[in-house]
Design a protein around this ligand. Structure first.
Ligand code: NAD
Length: 249
């Protein structure tokens, strides 16, 4: 079995450490380069088969440029990118195979699928709201996963994210518009990551909940994505591709 050589960006962080720990248990992945703030990626990437980034959005430009120049596949787990940073990622995917996923757990990717199906089956008569909870040190809100859940709902209901998605509520706002999707972010303690999609209708409510209890689940998924990406043609791929969920559309 050949060993996959990985360059890891954000290596000293919570996720960076979880990825190093899981990689050690796999036997077929070697984290050969650990990159932190201030380190140059371009010099170190030549030695690697794939790069994994779990850092901060402002690392994106450097990571994308270095991977595109070296033609190295890239897995991005970092969340909270601006639209300019997302455009940069899109441009890089013309040169290299790339996965940007807000959540690498199998369960959350099934939650995306279930949310789409539930929204289709229940119809617009059910009000949809999203709740997420994370540890007190998380920097961005709402979570990338909550945003993707809102995007799934917008796609099914033909809604515009910027117009129809609201973040929290306060004040005398009047009745809830039918075509609104509320997203609510809770921060506290050491919560690894909880997401609930609520479909509230007349006389009944359906709730879909995922709870992550360990970062290992994200780390194992990111390593699976990294192995899967090697040898693929340039382009944007998703965890649904990696997990084969596209077969169940
Ligand atoms: P963290 O703050 O513990 O770690 C981030 C690390 O990145 C730190 O060590 C920091 O020094 C380093 N870093 C910051 N800027 C850098 C740069 N320019 N170059 C190199 N290194 C840099 O954060 P975390 O909890 O490990 O989360 C990291 C990111 O991953 C966040 O955006 C978080 O939302 C996201 N995340 C994604 C998933 C997923 O499944 N996709 C899961 C958990 C967390």
């Amino acid at each position: 079995m050949s060993t996959t050589r990985v360059l890891l960006v954000g290596a000293a962080g919570r996720m960076g450490q979880a990825i190093s720990a899981v990689a050690e248990t796999t036997g077929d992945v070697d984290i050969v380069e650990r990159v932190e703030i201030g380190d140059s990626i371009a010099e170190r990437i030549r030695n690697c088969d794939v790069a994994i980034d779990f850092s901060q959005p402002d690392a994106t430009a450097q990571v994308c440029d270095a991977c595109a120049a070296a033609r190295t596949p890239l897995v991005i787990g970092t969340t909270g990118h601006s639209s300019d940073q997302l455009a940069k990622i899109e441009r890089a995917s013309a040169a290299i195979p790339l996965i940007l996923a807000p959540n690498f757990s199998v369960g959350v990717n099934v939650l995306f699928w279930l949310t789409r199906r539930a929204a289709e089956l229940l119809g617009a008569g059910f009000d949809a709201e999203i709740l997420e909870a994370h540890h007190r040190l998380k920097k961005d809100a709402p979570s990338g996963t909550a945003k993707q859940l809102a995007q799934v709902l917008c796609a099914v209901r033909n809604l515009d994210y910027d117009k129809n998605v609201v973040h929290g509520r306060a004040g005398v706002l009047g009745e809830r518009p039918r075509d609104q999707i509320g997203v609510h972010a809770i921060r506290g303690g050491d919560v690894v990551g909880d997401h609930t999609v609520i479909f509230a209708g007349r006389g009944e409510r359906l709730e879909l909940t995922h709870k992550a209890s360990s970062r290992e689940t994200f780390a194992a998924g990111a390593l699976q994505a990294a192995r899967w990406l090697i040898g693929k043609p340039p382009g944007r791929y998703s965890m649904e591709n990696v997990l084969g969920l596209t077969a169940f559309q």
